[in-house]
Design a protein around this ligand. Sequence first.
Ligand SMILES: *Cc1c(COP(=O)(O)O)cnc(C)c1O
Length: 369
Amino acid sequence: MFQKAMVPLNNLSRAISRDRTEINSAIAEVLSSGFVLMGPKLKQFETELAEFLNAKEVIGVATGTDALELAMKAAMPTGKTTVVTAANAGGYTTTAANRAGFNLVYADVNSDSLCIDLENVKKSMTQDVGVVVITHLYGLLTDFSELIHFCREQGIALIEDTAQALGANRNGVFAGTLGDIGTTSFYPTKNLGALGDGGAVFTNSSELADKIRSLRQYGWSSKYDVELSGGVNSRLDDIQAAILSIRLPMLNTFNRRRREIISRYREAVIGNSIHVLPADGDHHTGHLAVALTDQREVYVSELRKLDIQTDIHFPILDYRQKAWRDDSVHNENAEKATQQIFTLPCFPEMTEEEVSRVAIALKNISSKL
Ligand SMILES: *Cc1c(COP(=O)(O)O)cnc(C)c1O
């Protein structure tokens, strides 16, 4: 019998082959210009992304985690030291807060959106809270206007992590531009991926933008003149910026294709042993196709038999990690979801045949449970 190829969770070579000619000429342009850091290609990409998001300022940095760290440092009000965030979002905010020297409080997530909401943030409030980080998990931009109002009233800075939600919008208002600062990552598997590391911070506040521009280069106000403490070296290089400029115009099409794939999976399942989270409009980027089920082991092992890859995003809550363990925290909704979630293949370059194989497999497995 002939062996069917694996349906991968992701395959970066396909996007590289698709864009190869443009990537080669973009790299050639950077080489000819002689500017590889803080050059014209970075400026150009920052301007293009600002236009796309309708944000006043975009600052390219080296990674999405750096973007979070710099955003927190710039936005934390004087005298405050604590960041509130969700424990189910992969630990990036925790890593960034640790590096910035801030304390963390984990708010539970809403059981439908798997994202923090006002009710849960309120339960986590202490006198020291100066920043709330909302992660738009799996690509979903929830309606979090109540949380925005609350933070504004309390003088708390609201940071949106859009590493999974770049391009998500409600009536043309984009994820990352609703709070005080947005951050994102251009890690190769993200919806807008570079060919190496990259990240960005966006804001409508010139004051915050100036601080972040200074913090990304040693805290300089001008060359060799250190004005701010807490500076780092975190630049988005010009080759990555040039590659991102090629791909930005395709982002909406990529996101639409991801949503289509997720809809196919949703239509395929029978009965209620599994719930594929919806991605049904511009407020979702379809970053990950995530399903919830009480029979995860059955699904994962049956899919594996059919050569369909799965993963779990994310398997360990931040406060259950060995490095950060804190047994006093109990976020019931986040804990329940962590037991039920798993991720199905979803990326824009998936073939029709691959999408069908996953859909048929889901149909067959769910029809028996
Ligand atoms: C990928 C990711 C990050 C971190 O990005 P890096 O560029 O890898 O540092 C942060 N937050 C979320 C939600 C992510 O998915």
